[in-house]
Design a protein around this ligand. Structure first.
Ligand code: SAM
Length: 239
């Protein structure tokens, strides 16, 4: 099986990404813990702290998957809509929300490139570890800009390229050799995790991604590297 890290037609990439997440949905959360040694929880805490959603604000958590970001924002009193292209990931999130007695979240099956939400419906838009899986990233950024209100904020948490010398090599070795094996062993799907690693490698470096966000119309675009940029938080304003 091939998962789209060679050049394939856009519709084909979208379909293959769908297969990846349908395949890993049930094991997704435990895999995150294993692969990042639990660190993804800290990055997500950090991300939501930066977003700082207020009571009553309308927030769209795009590519929200199994709800990790949404649960943190709902805990702060925000009205959260979780949108994801993949019904299997959403279902895991819906089940997790029910188990926690969280009833206020809205769950929607949506492609980030073509949102069905009206213009100017949200105060904040978040996307965590999602944008690199989107086939047409500029289209998704334009849609983010469209659905935000004026004064609304865009936030993206994503794997990027570390600029720390030495760490890059260790990280490459880890991700190339170990992650697909953990994926094979735990999620019974090494190929999907191979795809995920490859998609990280292909993602533009931090300054280039910042320029893409600006090209979609955002102002005051910034980025904050974590671990030298192995993970990064990009943000911007719709003004
Ligand atoms: N945000 C969650 C988190 O941080 O745990 C989930 C991240 S998961 C690595 C990536 C998610 O992006 C998957 O749930 C996948 O279905 C979703 N996704 C991929 N392409 C998408 C698209 N075009 N539109 C919406 N969601 C998409």
């Amino acid at each position: 099986v091939s998962f789209g890290y060679e050049d394939v037609a856009p519709a084909e990439k979208t379909r293959r990404v769908g297969e990846v997440f349908a395949s890993v949905a049930r094991r997704y959360d435990i895999m995150n813990d294993l692969m990042s040694a639990g660190a993804h929880r800290l990055w997500k805490d950090d991300f939501v702290r930066q977003i700082n959603p207020r009571e009553g604000e309308d927030v769209l958590d795009m590519a929200g998957g199994t709800g990790d970001i949404a649960f943190r924002m709902a805990a702060r009193g925000a009205n959260v809509t979780v949108a994801d292209i993949n019904p299997d990931m959403l279902q895991v999130g819906i089940d997790r929300a029910a188990a926690r007695g969280l009833t206020s979240l809205v769950w929607r099956e949506q492609n980030a490139e073509t949102l069905s939400f009206p213009d100017r419906s949200y105060d904040a838009y978040s996307i965590a570890f999602g944008i690199r899986n989107v086939t047409d990233i500029p289209a998704a950024l334009r849609e983010a800009h469209r659905v935000l209100r004026f004064g609304g904020r865009f936030f993206c948490l994503e794997f990027s390229t570390t600029t720390w010398p030495g760490f890059g090599e260790v990280y490459d070795l880890y991700s190339e050799k170990l992650v697909p094996r953990i994926g094979e062993f735990v999620a019974k799907d090494g190929a999907s995790y191979k795809y995920l690693i490859e998609s990280i490698r292909r993602f533009p470096p931090m300054p280039e991604f910042a320029r893409m966000i600006e090209a979609a119309g955002f102002a005051r675009v910034k980025y904050r590297p974590i671990l030298g940029g192995a993970v990064a938080i990009h943000s911007g304003w719709k003004i």
